[in-house]
Design a protein around this ligand. Structure first.
Ligand SMILES: Nc1ncnc2c1ncn2[C@@H]1O[C@H](COP(=O)(O)OP(=O)(O)OP(=O)(O)O)[C@@H](O)[C@H]1O
Ligand SMILES: Cc1ncsc1CCO
Ligand SMILES: [Mg+2]
Length: 262
């Protein structure tokens, strides 16, 4: 794993264009800004082209899109392919709402994406595997998590990050697993959105998106673990704030020390 990509990210300060959702947009912007990227958000179709041109990566979060916004998402992602900017997709709740899955699949049919990051329920839905997703959460299922992630990676010819107790990262062939020590992430709505946008930042500085996704996930997971270790008792609100603090403070030595992966 190329943990020193964290240094590269901080040196380059990539512009991370995010189409976010109204629930978590501020955590996403502050999280990746603290990490060392330069976030910019937009919902306006008429500025899609210059936004994409100046960006190093484009992260599209499908958490709360409207019908009108689909046109903007389509324009942005088409320009991103044209200008060869990596696209990261966060398919929020596609396992729970068919309308979302259908729109997401239409989008994925139109464009090439670098990374899809979702929980097990979301990744299973896009991989056409039976699963009981629960709203924005992973829900329950009995399928093999690695096989599901690989199936989607092959189907969409991209890297898949399937988050959960163990984060599974695959390019369809190789698999890297990152083991998490704390589940405090679940206390903070938007942990997943922040992870997806963190992956976007690393894809903006590393063209090997499999490597970028691994480093991003390890940095993010370790940041959460460091916060959890420092808290005398789990506090949901403080966890969210301290996660942003730790994304600012974290260094490669800390990631090397605590990242548990194979
Ligand atoms: N059971 C768990 N134990 C430990 N860590 C977890 C667990 N589930 C998720 N995580 C971690 O939480 C972070 C967010 O992943 P998660 O799978 O919860 O995304 P999500 O479901 O899209 O979240 P949200 O939509 O609420 O933002 C990741 O860093 C992941 O490693
Ligand atoms: C709670 C919620 N609803 C739509 S998006 C979102 C944030 C998690 O993605
Ligand atoms: Mg999510």
């Amino acid at each position: 794993m190329k943990i020193d990509l964290l240094g590269t990210l901080r040196k380059k300060n990539p512009i991370a264009f995010n189409i976010s959702n109204f629930v978590t947009v501020q955590d996403v912007a502050n999280g990746i800004n603290a990490l060392g990227a330069s976030p910019i958000m937009s919902e306006e179709k008429n500025e899609a082209e210059p936004m994409v041109q100046m960006a190093d990566s484009v992260t599209v979060n499908l958490g709360a899109f409207t019908e009108g916004q689909l046109e903007q998402i389509s324009a942005v992602t088409t320009f991103a392919n044209q200008y060869k900017k990596p696209i990261i997709i966060d398919p929020v709740a596609v396992g729970a709402v068919d309308y979302r899955k259908e729109r997401c699949n239409e989008l994925l049919d139109q464009i090439d994406v670098a990374v899809i990051r979702g929980n097990a329920g979301e990744i299973a839905a896009l991989a056409d595997v039976e699963w009981n997703a629960k709203g924005i959460d992973a829900g329950e299922g009995s399928g093999d998590l690695e096989e599901i992630a690989k199936k989607l990676a092959k189907k969409r010819n991209c890297v898949v990050v399937e988050s959960g107790k163990t984060d599974i990262i695959t390019d369809g062939e190789a698999v890297v697993r990152i083991y998490n020590e704390t589940d405090l992430f679940k206390l903070h709505v938007g942990s997943g959105d922040m992870l997806s946008s963190t992956i976007g930042c690393f894809c903006g500085v590393e063209h090997d998106y499999f490597e970028a996704a691994q480093t991003a996930t390890a940095v993010f997971d370790v940041a959460g673990e460091v916060v959890a270790k420092s808290m005398p008792k789990p506090l949901a609100g403080s966890f969210g704030v301290q996660l942003i603090d730790e994304l600012h403070l974290i260094d490669t030595k800390t990631v090397e020390k605590y990242a548990n992966f194979e």
